[in-house]
Design a protein around this ligand. Structure first.
Ligand SMILES: *[C@@H]1O[C@H](CO)[C@@H](O)[C@H](O)[C@H]1NC(C)=O
Ligand SMILES: *[C@@H]1O[C@H](CO)[C@@H](O)[C@H](O)[C@H]1NC(C)=O
Length: 126
């Protein structure tokens, strides 16, 4: 099971090969005042896009939960292992936008990539 840090639990479950029903992997609602740019052309939140992208390198699915509304410091943690689908700017931008649209802090790029390898080379488009 892969998790994105310890502060917020992301629930991971094996995708069953026969399970064709597409689950909703994030029910986070972005604050509309963040601006329409936060949604894609299908009206999906960055949280949902991130969750949909996640299985591309893990064959596991995750749920991106909403951050605790009563904790101003609630945030999504960094990947704890070097995962190709997470160690890139696209994943970082999506999860950061997901936190931003909930008015929560997000990690710096170097915090996000702390467990990514190799840490000395650019990870963009890896
Ligand atoms: C949400 O944050 C508040 C304030 O920090 C805390 O008391 C509460 O236990 C948190 N709720 C959850 C579900 O973590
Ligand atoms: C949020 O972080 C600030 C700065 O570290 C701290 O002073 C504050 O107590 C934290 N708030 C909560 C609810 O944890």
């Amino acid at each position: 099971m892969h998790t994105l840090g310890k502060r917020t639990l992301l629930f991971s479950s094996l995708l069953s090969g026969f399970l064709l029903v597409r689950a909703q992997h994030s029910t986070v609602t972005c604050d509309a005042s963040s601006g329409g740019w936060i949604y894609n052309s299908l009206g999906q939140t960055p949280c949902l896009i991130f969750a949909d992208m996640y299985p591309s390198c893990t064959e596991k699915s995750i749920v991106v939960p909403g951050l605790n509304e009563s904790d101003p410091n609630a945030s999504y943690g960094a990947p704890e292992t070097d995962l190709e689908c997470l160690c890139n700017t696209v994943a970082y931008d999506l999860i950061s936008a997901c936190a931003f649209c909930q008015h929560k802090p997000f990690l710096t790029w170097s915090q996000w990539t702390a467990c990514c390898e190799p840490s000395t080379t650019p990870l963009v488009g890896k």
